[in-house]
Write a protein that binds this ligand. Structure first.
Ligand SMILES: Nc1ncnc2c1ncn2[C@@H]1O[C@H](COP(=O)(O)OP(=O)(O)O)[C@@H](O)[C@H]1O
Ligand SMILES: [Mg+2]
Length: 227
């Protein structure tokens, strides 16, 4: 593992019954680097993301965050680590539908101990910087798909994570809206100094990332650095 590596996976293997989802994957993510994970459906992309994020424990191999062995942590410490160090953007529908946008964004900060007042002020700033000023009071059902995903980006970043994980975050959006959200995700994450792992089908989206890897049948079969 190089010194600059923030997150690394070594020899990751994960099986579900007779299905080998990951067959030995090595991956490194540098500080502030964005990585696009590409590959056909069922190739193991989500499983890789879940192993790197400490949501799944691999059957073999190890994951290190900033030199710390994540696999050595118990369930409680791993879930605490997710809250303190990671942000997540998943497909549409992850926001709490009863809460206005500002509360959805403020919640992760409050879970880490911020006062409601500070968390709300910070959430208002994040929403404003993502072009959602004036929409803070709307519930997710009162936002467009693209707006809702921008709220999700704000929610992922409010805690100042080391790494943001995004699994096909624009899968439910039309292409042009999806591109806008992805560009905002990549640029905002980069500006915040966080690293990014994003699963995407879109070559154009991968172009905005610093590096891409191609996964097939649970293995990394190719990688490319942005020109
Ligand atoms: N919880 C699970 N139980 C059983 N099989 C699973 C589970 N999660 C993933 N798989 C299988 O592992 C393989 C990789 O899945 P996944 O990582 O979700 O692929 P991708 O995200 O690239 O579409 C697939 O064959 C999938 O059916
Ligand atoms: Mg998937």
């Amino acid at each position: 593992m190089s010194n600059a590596s923030r997150l690394s996976g070594r020899g990751l293997v994960k099986t579900f019954g007779s299905t080998t989802a990951l067959a030995g994957v090595d991956v490194d993510l540098a500080n502030g680097e964005s990585l696009a994970v590409m590959g056909p459906s069922g190739s193991g992309k989500s499983t890789l993301l879940h192993c790197l994020a400490g949501i799944l424990v691999p059957d073999a191999g190890s994951v290190q965050l900033e030199g710390r062995d994540v696999g050595a942590l118990g369930d409680r410490d791993r879930s605490l680590l997710r809250r303190t160090h990671y942000g997540f953007v998943f497909q549409f529908g992850q926001l709490l539908s009863e809460l206005p946008a500002v509360e959805n964004v403020a919640l992760p900060a409050m879970l880490l101990g911020a006062s409601r007042r500070d968390a709300t002020a910070s959430a208002m700033r994040w929403l404003g910087s993502l072009g959602l000023a004036g929409m803070e009071g709307r519930r997710p059902g009162e936002l467009s798909g693209g707006q809702a995903q921008r709220v999700a980006v704000a929610r992922a970043l409010i805690t100042g994570p080391s790494v943001v994980f995004a699994d096909e975050p624009t899968g439910a959006l039309d292409q042009s809206t999806g591109h806008d959200v992805m560009r905002i995700l990549v640029e905002t994450t980069r500006a915040a100094g966080a690293s990014l792992v994003v699963v995407t089908h879109e070559p154009k989206v991968a172009d905005w990332c610093d590096r891409r890897i191609e996964v097939r049948d649970g293995r990394v079969v190719g990688s490319a650095v942005r020109r």
